[in-house]
Design a protein around this ligand. Structure first.
Ligand code: NAD
Length: 304
């Protein structure tokens, strides 16, 4: 059982019906918070609440709309109490080479991922600042924060933007007792990622083998860090975007989890001649590897 406690806190989780959001909602509920599970997909949010228990609530939310976010804040305040924790998990991904991407796709990804997170920070943050108490956890990504990623121009830009948003709000609101941080996950096994794997644009087994921890992340890994960032035990973390990737970004583009096997690591012998020439961005797609994003990834690798 977790020793981190959110007793008496009211946690709002956007994208709460998704892989990572549902795990954050479960972690917050297990730590004692009452949780508002908010998502575009109300039925799926309801299903999450069924699993969590009747003291929690499901809400329909579209983070693209200020009115929807404001309506959520009002409903949560009336039914559960003023929100004291916000986990911004709503997000989408479009993997299309830039020159083939519809202009609307750029607008949509930025609107949901970046502006949507800002709307929720702004609306819920206002109440938190007024009451002098709160914690906000945004969700960035290794893509955009540490790597480029072919075919992900809007996604990467939205996630870089989240790191900037988090830094600024963290600084602006810390003295008011409201902490803002972000998590930049690597590859997390969720419906979003499994969809990409099924479509053939992502090879999960190959990716897992290149993670130093030798596995892709789980939604529970993200939820554990979200809980720390939301609890008093994490109170000295301000404006940070914390990379959570099993060591993928620490290894660098030309290093892989396979380069030194566990046996070699134990015996102190490094594997020679096993370095892969292919660059390893997280969530890298086959289309991205052949495209301009790959060239950029290689330049970055060479500079490291
Ligand atoms: N899965 C990964 O490997 C990974 C890695 C890095 C970052 N992330 C980020 O984590 C977050 C959650 O991803 P996930 O893997 O759980 O995806 P997911 O698709 O399982 O969940 C995303 C949720 O957001 C909801 N949503 C989408 N548009 C919305 C809108 N306009 N308003 C409200 N809700 C909306 C969806 O209905 C869904 O339930 C996203 O921001 C994603 O970019 C995921």
């Amino acid at each position: 059982m977790s020793t981190l406690s959110l007793d008496g806190e009211i946690a709002v989780v956007t994208g709460g019906a998704g892989g990572i959001g549902a795990a954050a909602a479960a972690a917050y509920a297990a730590a004692g918070a009452r949780v508002a599970v908010a998502d575009l997909d109300l039925r799926a949010a309801d299903a999450v609440v069924q699993r969590l228990g009747s003291e929690h609530r499901a809400y329909e939310l579209d983070v693209r709309s200020w009115e929807s976010v404001e309506a959520l804040a009002a409903a949560v305040r009336d039914e559960l109490g003023p929100a004291t924790v916000l986990f911004n998990g709503a997000g989408i991904q479009r993997v299309v080479p830039t020159l083939q991407m519809a202009r609307e796709d750029w607008d949509l990804v930025i609107d949901v991922n970046l502006s949507g997170s800002f709307r929720c920070c702004r609306v819920f943050g206002a109440g938190m600042v007024e009451r002098g108490h709160g914690a906000i956890v945004n969700v960035a990504s290794l893509t955009g924060v540490e790597f480029g990623g072919g075919g992900r121009v809007a996604y990467g830009a939205s996630k870089s933007g989240i790191a900037g948003l988090t830094r600024t709000l963290g600084v602006e609101w810390a003295a008011s007792g409201v902490r803002v941080n972000a998590i930049a996950p690597g590859i997390v096994s969720t419906p979003l990622i499994e969809r990409l794997a099924t479509e053939g644009s992502l090879d999960l087994a190959d990716l897992a083998s290149r993670v130093p921890a030798q596995r892709v992340g789980s939604p529970a890994d993200v939820a554990s860090l979200a809980l720390l960032l939301s609890c008093p035990e994490g109170s000295y973390l301000v404006g940070q975007t914390i990379v959570l990737d099993g060591g993928l970004s620490s290894a660098g583009p030309r290093q892989t989890g396979r380069q030194v096997s566990p046996e070699q690591a134990r015996s102190g012998q490094a594997g020679r001649g096993q370095a892969r020439s292919r660059q390893a961005g997280p969530e890298q797609t086959r289309s991205g590897q052949a495209g301009p994003g790959q060239v950029r990834a290689e330049s970055k690798g060479a500079a490291r």
